[in-house]
Design a protein around this ligand. Structure first.
Ligand SMILES: [Zn+2]
Length: 137
């Protein structure tokens, strides 16, 4: 049975970064250079390795390890603070900046994490805004 996407699709801050499958699962939309195969996230318009303009979209791994993180206490209106912002290293060599959605005391450098979606803020009307996050695996 196909889920009712109208009921389950989150209000994403940017739909260019995340691809949603029919089952509601998410994947990060990165870039792969057609000339040198360098990967990027977000998808680069110009390859940072060889300056090629031919960069295709590619789904990136949904699991990685937390390289480092910081706790944010000051944020624009509508953002829920405090929150952890971290760098996640994916196995293919891409480092992704993301919210780390977990109690702060449960976050540790080098821990395995997996991709998720989470509500991180509200817009001016009070509606939830979601984006990709990583949670402990
Ligand atoms: Zn390239």
């Amino acid at each position: 049975m196909t889920p009712d996407l109208a009921q389950s699709v989150p209000n994403l801050i940017s739909d260019k970064l995340v691809t949603l499958a029919a089952d509601g699962s998410a994947s990060l939309e990165g870039g792969r250079c057609k000339a040198c195969a360098a990967l990027s996230f977000p998808r680069a318009e110009v390859c940072t390795e060889c300056l090629s303009l031919e960069v295709d979209g590619t789904a990136l791994s949904s699991e990685g390890r937390l390289y480092s993180y910081s706790v944010v206490h000051q944020a624009p209106k509508g953002w829920k603070v405090p929150y952890a912002l971290g760098y996640v290293d994916l196995p293919e060599g891409v480092r992704v900046l993301a919210h780390i959605d977990a109690p702060l005391q449960a976050i540790a450098i080098d821990q395995p994490v997996r991709l998720s979606l989470g509500v991180v803020a509200t817009d001016a009307s009070g509606a939830d805004l979601s984006t990709y996050t990583f949670v402990p695996a």
